[in-house]
Design a binder for this molecule. Structure first.
Ligand code: GLV
Length: 386
């Protein structure tokens, strides 16, 4: 395999390997992409505190997430259409995560189904749920996740309606791709990708097979989402989900202190502070900028995870410093998947783990439990967030 020193190199390779419409789907933010850019810019603004002459020989990035030991405070988040970045993409990403000992989250909008992944791996994974209008189908999906022994359900709470991603419209994103001249030419220049997709188990949304009788309906993702996803979803439904799900529950997509406080009262086990990777409300603040207030507001009553913008171990350090127990990544590993299948995802995880380890050392910290706000520098511009 090529040398990939950092996530950006995996990204470049994925861009080279994967047809434009699928790469762009993963890459895009909504509308003007202000929130997408803020996610990155606000991480980079947070300066770390360089400490010297501390013995950091014995270090560990190990911790726990939802009570389970992990070698690094990291989980792979749900990515729709993962199996369009590489054939059997969800199976490969799950295998990579499990080999590294971290959780993997299968999206409702995956290509491999819950059962495909469960049959291909030997440890439990997490399942992400989108709530659709057809509650009978949602109940079935939750039961399928329980039957597959998924250990946590991640309910996405910030996508009752979908924020428009202009690239998807410009590219005419469909699943599977339509045989339009532009797409055919693009795919012809990506033979390794085409072969991997041909060899993959499925070419469309595995979890929804059978549910959507008319295949053409599913072709326009945005239209399909608009017709199927339930805009009435509200806090009462969280109670309902909790009543039909026997395992751990994570609410992903909390960006507001008041919402975080309500989340605590639902009895959910964790929240993820998130703006959906800048893919939903454009103009919303970055997730990292909201994290400290939310973490302070909920205290130790619920586990706080965060996602949206993490590309480096230094970003993980910043998130842990501001109150996250662990980080969830999406694009960072999906680039690895597009770059090199399972090995690419494994490399993405390794990059983040190694970068966190060295960042800790250079901040004079040896244990994840010792990462607090005091690892942030007290610069002129940066008053340490209190
Ligand atoms: C779905 O989760 C999306 O962001 O496209």
């Amino acid at each position: 395999m090529r040398v990939f020193p950092c996530i950006e190199d995996l990204r470049q390779r994925a861009k080279h390997n994967v047809p434009k419409m699928f790469f762009d789907y993963a890459e895009a933010g909504s509308y003007n992409q202000e929130t997408l850019r803020a996610n990155r810019a606000d991480f980079e603004k947070l300066k770390l505190r360089q400490r010297i002459l501390v013995n950091v020989e014995q270090r560990s990035t190990a911790t726990t997430i939802l009570g389970e030991p992990v070698p690094v405070p990291l989980a792979l988040g749900p990515i729709g259409l993962g199996g369009m970045m590489h054939g059997d993409g969800e199976i490969l990403a799950c295998r990579a995560a499990q080999a590294m000992g971290i959780p993997y989250t299968l999206s409702t909008m995956s290509i491999n189904s819950i059962e495909d992944v469960a049959a291909a791996v030997d440890k439990p994974f997490w399942f992400q749920l989108y709530v659709m209008r057809d509650r009978g189908f949602i109940k079935e999906l939750v039961q399928r996740a329980a039957a597959a022994k998924c250990s946590a359900l991640m309910l996405t709470v910030d996508l009752q309606v979908i924020g428009q991603r202009h690239a998807d419209l410009r590219n005419g994103l469909t699943v599977p791709p339509e045989f339009r001249l532009k797409n055919v030419i693009d795919i012809m220049t990506k033979p390794a990708w085409a072969l991997s997709i041909l060899k993959g188990k499925r070419k469309t949304f595995g979890n929804l097979a059978g549910h959507v009788k008319d295949k053409t309906n599913i072709n326009s993702l945005a239209k399909w989402t608009a017709s199927q996803f339930d805009p009435t979803l509200n806090w009462k439904d969280v109670e309902w989900i909790k009543s039909i799900w026997p395992g751990k529950l994570i609410l992903k997509g909390i960006l507001d202190v008041d919402d975080a406080k309500i989340a605590v009262t639902t009895g959910a086990d964790a929240i993820s502070v998130s703006n959906h990777g800048g893919r939903q409300l454009d103009g919303a603040p970055s997730a990292i900028s909201m994290l400290p207030r939310i973490a302070d507001a909920v205290g130790s009553e619920i586990e706080v995870l965060m996602d949206s913008g993490i590309r480096t171990g230094a970003d993980m350090m910043r998130a842990l410093a501001l109150g996250a127990r662990a980080c969830i990544v999406g694009r960072s590993y999906i680039y690895g998947l597009g770059a090199g299948g399972q090995a690419g995802v494994a490399r993405a995880i390794e990059i983040l783990k190694n970068e966190l380890d060295i960042t800790m050392a250079l901040c004079g910290v040896s244990r994840v439990a010792d990462i607090g706000r005091d690892v942030l520098a007290s610069t002129e511009e940066q008053r340490r967030p209190q």
